[in-house]
Design a protein around this ligand. Structure first.
Ligand code: NAD
Ligand code: WQD
Length: 351
């Protein structure tokens, strides 16, 4: 298939491009580079062994720009990563988050349908479960109250896309609810490259290990978890990338014929993408130190506002319906995160 990859220059997008090409697909990337660097795409092309990844610097809110891309290429599906994702920033700048993530997606979807491309895989998040009413979380777990505007953009966009699919059965919408992506490609050439102080645990750990930050603050050790620190479902980004390729199966003709049979079935393209294992903050720190032989000083800090104690999924549905399951474990995650950071202490060089 030829896939439009929005936000393809970012962390998950770059890893997904490699999996797409490995599986024989082709892709065109659009990205406004607001949180990414074109050097990442050059490195993806090197890893794949092609001269370059087709790339257009376009904002998904830019209707004319999108029209041009659709006039020049024919797409079988869109994998839609583009969006702002910093939880704390979304609390400070809610308008910017709603406008970029929701406004941008509405423009994208409108241009897609005008050009007859009605297959979309959307990057959703475990955050839409709020404080989940069941652990492990299945896809039947009700959506919850989000604690920040970023989370609400994901929750609301799920609703928008489901309503669009319901109104027009030609649409095929896949919602992938990612748990906590970490790790990096085994080459160490691409990885997570946060701006400023990292919000997320793994890039914070790697920046402490490489000497850019003095110590990790562990946000709370009084949660009702085995060691008192927060428990999450960390997933290797290469596994997450592979889940997108597996999800393209939802657009296969045979599957669509089956899907048309019941109304219920047509709304079931929702998948948790995690490993099903819950690890605490201290589990992650200890694994990082053990596997990589580096020191990660830490101290216990107060809880972070909006955090929940425990979040991990039951990924059985993705295995049963997409034939996808995570292959990498915690040791792979911490090893590959460290390789990327060590080889690129300051992230990507300027273009
Ligand atoms: P990322 O910031 O590395 O990638 C997102 C890309 O989208 C960036 O390259 C950015 O420049 C681009 N972008 C943002 N707004 C745009 C716009 N208006 N037009 C065009 N491009 C735009 O983030 P990521 O970690 O790769 O996340 C990809 C997607 O997955 C996002 O939608 C994110 O919300 C979602 N997600 C991420 C996580 C996570 O922990 N990383 C978890 C769950 C869901
Ligand atoms: C993990 C654990 C922290 C940093 C967020 C978003 C979610 C999704 C993934 C996009 C928690 C603890 C963290 C630190 C710490 N993103 N921690 N010290 O909060 O599970 O999920 O990223 O969709 O929407 O909310 O991930 O990596 O920030 O935190 O102790 O410096 O590590 O308290 O227990 P989180 P995280």
């Amino acid at each position: 298939m030829n896939i439009l990859v929005t936000g393809g220059a970012g962390f998950i997008g770059t890893h997904t491009l490699i999996e797409l090409y490995k599986a024989g697909h082709t892709a065109v990337v659009i990205d406004n580079l607001s949180n990414s660097n074109p050097v990442a795409l050059q490195r993806v092309a090197e890893i794949i062994g092609i001269s370059q990844i087709p790339f257009c610097k376009v904002d998904i809110r830019d209707r004319e720009g999108l029209e041009k891309v659709f006039a020049e290429h024919k797409f079988d599906a869109c994998i839609h990563f583009a969006g702002l994702k910093a939880v704390g920033e979304s609390v400070e700048k809610p308008w910017e988050y709603y406008e970029n993530n929701i406004g941008g997606t509405l423009v994208l979807v409108d241009v897609m349908r005008k050009h007859g491309c009605k297959n979309i895989i959307f990057s959703s998040s475990a955050t839409i479960y709020g404080d989940p009413v069941e652990i492990p979380i299945t896809e039947n777990c009700p959506k919850g109250q989000c604690t920040n505007p970023y989370g609400w953009t994901k929750s609301m966009l799920e609703q928008v896309l489901m309503d669009i699919q319901k109104a027009d059965p030609e649409w095929n919408v896949v919602l992938l609810r990612y748990f906590n992506p970490v790790g990096a490609h085994q080459s160490g050439r691409i990885g997570e490259n946060p701006n400023g102080i990292p919000n997320n645990l793994m890039p914070y750990i790697t920046q402490v290990a490489v000497g850019k930050r003095t110590e990790l603050g562990v946000f709370g050790n009084d949660y009702p978890t085995p060691d008192g620190t927060g428990v999450r479902d960390y997933i290797h980004v290469c596994d997450l990338a592979a889940a997108h390729v597996a999800a393209l199966k939802c657009f296969a003709v045979e599957r669509l014929e089956v899907k048309g049979e019941t109304e219920e079935a047509s709304h079931l393209n929702i998948y948790n993408v995690g490993t099903g294992n819950g690890y605490s903050v201290l589990d992650m720190v200890k694994a990082f130190v053990r596997v990589n032989g580096v020191n990660v000083p830490y101290s216990i800090k107060p809880r972070r506002a909006g955090d929940i104690a425990t979040c991990y999924c039951n990924p059985a549905k993705a295995k049963a319906e997409l034939g996808w399951e995570a292959r990498y474990g915690i040791d792979d995650m911490v090893r590959d995160s460290w390789r990327w950071q060590k080889q690129n202490p300051d992230g990507y060089p300027e273009d």
